[in-house]
Ligand binder design. Structure first.
Ligand SMILES: NC(=O)c1ccc[n+]([C@@H]2O[C@H](COP(=O)([O-])OP(=O)(O)OC[C@H]3O[C@@H](n4cnc5c(N)ncnc54)[C@H](OP(=O)(O)O)[C@@H]3O)[C@@H](O)[C@H]2O)c1
Length: 263
């Protein structure tokens, strides 16, 4: 299927590693010009080099902390200076810390809100006038299975990502007439380098094989494995495509069947 995004301009937030990088790669392979960002300059340059190997279009790597309004505004300005506009926005960020209700004070809640909600609000606010005037836009938010099925020790994720889903649905309804779609992707366990090192640490602590820990984690996953980050990237590329132009306001679970709800 031709996804129809050759030459489009895509910003992928928080994308030097993991799901963000995998999404950037898929968009780049499909011919989009891709802007990646992260806080750590060294990791960002490594990602840029990796991306350029598979990219048909151009790659721009810009240092940015998505919790900082000024960084987001500057990144979008630099993108527009270089490419002229933005067609595709993938809102991604690091995950909030794990923990239970009693573990977090106001400051922790506000930090998670800024990281996983306000980053999306600020990126969307900045790109929306461009998308509206060109009557073409794709906004894709990376959330988590926690929006449908809470995970015990992830209260910040369980709570704050719901606001992203509410934001996306509201905007989807208001922006459809501009040919702008707004959707969420909800990944399940995904074997990014961060998850790999968590599994390695746990395996070392318990003196068991890597595979044993993975097996325990995916016990509730019907597919009996974690996703490869590229599988989340595939979903991003599809929702960003011309072919997905009539899909808006949905949350697409890419979770190997982990969430058991029927609807
Ligand atoms: N992996 C999973 O199993 C899974 C499942 C469900 C949901 N998710 C969610 O999906 C998102 C991505 O997860 P991941 O596993 O791909 O994470 P990851 O492997 O840790 O990668 C996170 C990426 O985001 C960047 N980043 C983090 N904080 C940032 C900030 N404040 N500003 C700019 N860039 C930032 C990191 O680079 P720098 O550190 O250099 O900034 C890195 O490139 C997270 O929100 C996570 O909770 C993950």
């Amino acid at each position: 299927m031709d996804l129809g995004i050759k030459g489009k301009i895509a910003i992928v937030a928080a994308s030097s590693k993991g799901i963000g990088l995998a999404a950037a790669k898929k968009l780049a392979e499909e011919g989009a010009n891709v802007v990646i960002c992260s806080r750590n300059e060294e990791n960002l340059r490594i990602a840029e080099t990796e991306l350029k190997k598979v990219s048909i279009g151009e790659v721009l790597a810009i240092k940015c902390d998505v919790t900082q309004k000024a960084d987001i505004e500057s990144l979008v300005d630099k993108t527009v200076d270089h490419f002229g506009t933005v067609h595709i926005l993938v809102n991604n960020a690091g995950g909030p810390p794990a923990g239970y209700f009693e573990d977090f004070d106001d400051d922790a809640w506000f930090k998670a809100f800024e990281l996983n909600f306000m980053s999306a609000v600020r990126f969307i606010r900045k790109v929306l006038p461009l998308m509206k005037s060109q009557k073409w836009g794709r906004i894709i938010n990376i959330t988590s299975v926690t929006v449908k099925q809470p995970i015990d020790n992830l209260i910040l994720s369980n709570s704050i990502r719901m606001a992203v889903v509410g934001l996306a649905k509201t905007l989807a309804l208001q922006l459809a007439e501009y040919n702008i779609t707004v959707n969420n992707i909800a990944p399940g366990y995904t074997l990014t380098s961060r998850v790999r090192s968590l599994v390695e640490t746990r395996a070392k602590e318990r003196g068991v094989e890597f595979e044993k820990i993975v097996e325990e984690l995916v016990k509730e996953v019907p597919a009996k494995r974690m996703a490869d980050p590229s599988e989340i990237g595939n979903a991003v590329a599809f929702l960003a495509s011309e072919a997905a132009g009539y899909i808006t306001g949905v949350t697409l679970f890419v979770d190997g069947g982990y969430v058991k709800a029927t609807l």
